[in-house]
Design a protein around this ligand. Sequence first.
Ligand SMILES: Nc1nc2c(ncn2[C@@H]2O[C@H](COP(=O)(O)OP(=O)(O)OP(=O)(O)O)[C@@H](O)[C@H]2O)c(=O)[nH]1
Length: 347
Amino acid sequence: MSLREPLHRRTLIKILLLITGVSGVIFFALNMSRGLYVLGTVELIVAAYSLLLYRVVSRTEHLDKWILAYLIPFLTTMMFALAQPGASDTIFVWVFLIPQISYLLTGVGRGFVITAFYLFTAACIFLYRFYSSGVISPVSVANIVICAVAIWSFAHHYEHGRERYSRKLLHFAERDSLTGLLNRMRLAELVESEIRNARARQQSVAIVLLDLDYFKTVNDRYGHPAGDEALIFTAEKLQSVVRRTDYIFRLGGEEFCILLPGADLNAGREVAESARRALEQGDFHIGELDVPFTGSFGVAVSGRDGDSLIDLYHAADQRLYAAKHAGRNRVVSDEMELMFSVAEPAD
Ligand SMILES: Nc1nc2c(ncn2[C@@H]2O[C@H](COP(=O)(O)OP(=O)(O)OP(=O)(O)O)[C@@H](O)[C@H]2O)c(=O)[nH]1
């Protein structure tokens, strides 16, 4: 399950579906016995729809759409029930649920719009039914309005804070803290989904693996903090050679990966070459000292090298190894090159 899905939403919608399913059956029976046949029938339809949706939301990958497919008919039915002259006055207590369920199920943006629309509609129905007839005093109206605004405000601020907090957690969970690049966990998610997307468009994706050369000597000569600076410098150089739609990962230590959606082998190789040159020509300094360093690259492409992260990673890693073996500071992207590199090491 993706870390991006707010986990509580699936549970919450299931609880709500059960409540509306069961209460729909109860209100169907009660309304029929009071002669409110239209309302009773609508309640029964909502109950059946809710119980049907219960099965769907347990499994769907499109939870957001199904939540709306439930919430909008549910709230519209609620408005319809409020407007029925024969309906009990206490039916209006359901209105106080609107902010909570809208915000918790759909987030701040949609929650605000849905709450504003249905609270306004409910207020109009309420005034139409009771205020003009003088049954409800201004004090009662003030109590109801203040209470509704308070609940709305709590729901808004709670969900706003929760979204900010989970965005921060997500950021820390999927990024490398030193370079700010994506980490290995995100690579697994993205490669699989980008391969699926590319296949649907009859395209390929390329991955480029990079391992810095003799990085241990940078640490040993200039110290670990200088090594850290060199890793940050590498991340910046990689960012300078990719498109906005590409992804860069630090897989750990001095190993990086670039994922190029829609790229074929040539495009992958070109990006790897640009990155290699950018590092080779990069003027990395520790104080006054020029500290040159380079990287070795392995390139793999979906289709030709397989259609899973394991296949692509394996192929790119083999070529990266060949690049190291052949003398480092080079790009290897195909089997011929691999055989050549292994057979005739440069040094
Ligand atoms: N400064 C710093 N160094 C790191 C970090 N992660 C790994 N390293 C260092 O990276 C170096 C990797 O060394 P090796 O695996 O021997 O590889 P290498 O020296 O790059 O040699 P080749 O890969 O064979 O070219 C080690 O000295 C690690 O301590 C980090 O986050 N910061």
